[in-house]
Design a protein around this ligand. Structure first.
Ligand SMILES: [Zn+2]
Length: 366
């Protein structure tokens, strides 16, 4: 009887170990599997990634915080030009829950034809997100997270496949977009999000009809930030030309909630799959544009330089104005009071002087 119990205990323990191990066995930026896949990682232990994956402690890691005031305008940055992104009517695309993200496989007929020294071919796209309470973009703008982020991963056409390219200095180009909450449903995102129920279990996949993938990116591709970085998941290869578009992509609150609440990683909810911002270590962030960024910012973040513009006053600004007005009123009241007092005093002095009988000093007084 005791032996039976012991064997049962061992069996359960083994099952738990197997379940834990299989819950995190794939990377998301890189499609094809390398030797790194024998190792397991999770978002709860980001500090620990570098003990297994050396590159994760490198000096050119991603994501980063983009400080808009420090980004350098580079007019020589070529605009991005895409080809073959409209997959309407073409063969179905594989949508997969790999335990780390929601991933859509893309054909290499989709490519970036202008923007870099070489043509880059698409491999896959995936997302990073948080929870209702925690916005889950990987990159941040002036330390502000967006609700979610899309990454479209491409590899340099001079390499045979993404596996070969992933470890090369000029191997990868990722197009990234910030996802925010708007009033309307985004029908392009719905092409993917409507299939979430079919991939709720980890390692499950489904086919979705081809559609125009260009529409998942912002309308404006001309305004972007560019820097040299890495995969944001192990093995963290520092081989990515990063492009983060300035314009935010809008989805409805309901659509974002579907992304946040539908997928499982093991027995747990798949959420908060974002890496924390990494240090720049002297890297420069370039911008393709000069005007103040149109990335949606909390208005209270904007400090008025001169008079606050109507409609942009924060509670703090209004309080300062009220206090200022109160101070001026007090000063005025005080001035009036002092003036009145002086008047009264001089009048009484005049009266008292009239009553004084002149009395010359005598020697006795000294
Ligand atoms: Zn990613």
């Amino acid at each position: 009887m005791q032996l039976e119990l012991f064997v049962t205990f061992l069996f359960i323990q083994n099952q738990v170990l197997v379940a834990t191990a299989s819950s995190s066995s794939e990377e998301d930026e890189d499609d094809d599997k390398g030797s790194s896949h024998e190792h397991h990682w999770g978002y709860d232990d980001q500090e620990g990634w570098s003990s297994t994956f050396q590159d994760c402690r490198g000096q050119s890691q991603s994501p980063i915080d983009i400080e808009t005031g420090k980004a350098i305008y580079d007019p020589s940055l070529p605009h991005i030009e895409l080809e073959g992104f409209d997959l309407t009517g073409s063969s179905a695309l594989k949508l997969q829950n790999n335990g780390h993200t929601l991933k859509l496989s893309l054909p290499s007929t989709m490519r970036i034809v202008k923007g870099f020294d070489q043509v880059y071919l698409a491999s896959q796209l995936h997302f990073h997100w948080g929870t209702v309470a925690v916005p889950g973009s990987e990159h941040t703008i002036n330390n502000v997270h967006f609700p979610a982020e899309i990454h479209v991963v491409h590899y340099n056409s001079k390499y045979t496949n993404i596996s070969e390219a992933a470890s090369k200095r000029d191997g990868l180009a990722v197009l990234g977009g910030f996802i925010g909450i708007g009033l309307h449903e985004n029908e392009n995102y719905e092409k993917i999000l409507s299939a979430l129920k079919d991939v709720s279990i980890e390692a499950s996949d489904t086919d979705i009809p081809g559609f125009n993938v260009r529409h998942l990116l912002p309308n404006n591709l001309e305004k972007f930030y560019r820097y040299q970085g890495s995969l944001t998941t192990p093995p963290c290869f520092q081989t990515v030309h990063w492009t983060m578009f300035n314009e935010t992509i809008m989805v409805s609150r309901k659509q974002l909630a579907a992304l946040e609440d539908s997928l499982k990683a093991g027995h747990q909810l798949l959420s908060k799959n974002f890496r924390v911002a990494q240090l720049l270590h002297g890297r420069r962030v370039l911008a393709s544009f000069t005007s103040s960024p149109s990335v949606n910012k909390d208005l209270s973040e904007i400090k008025p330089t001169f008079a606050p513009i109507e409609g942009q006053m924060s509670r703090g600004d209004m309080l300062s104005i009220a206090l200022g007005a109160l101070f001026i009123l007090t000063l005025l009241a005080f001035s009036v009071y002092v003036y009145q007092q002086r008047k009264t005093y001089s009048r009484s002095k005049k009266h008292s002087r009239e009553n004084v009988i002149y009395k010359p000093a005598t020697k006795d007084d000294v």
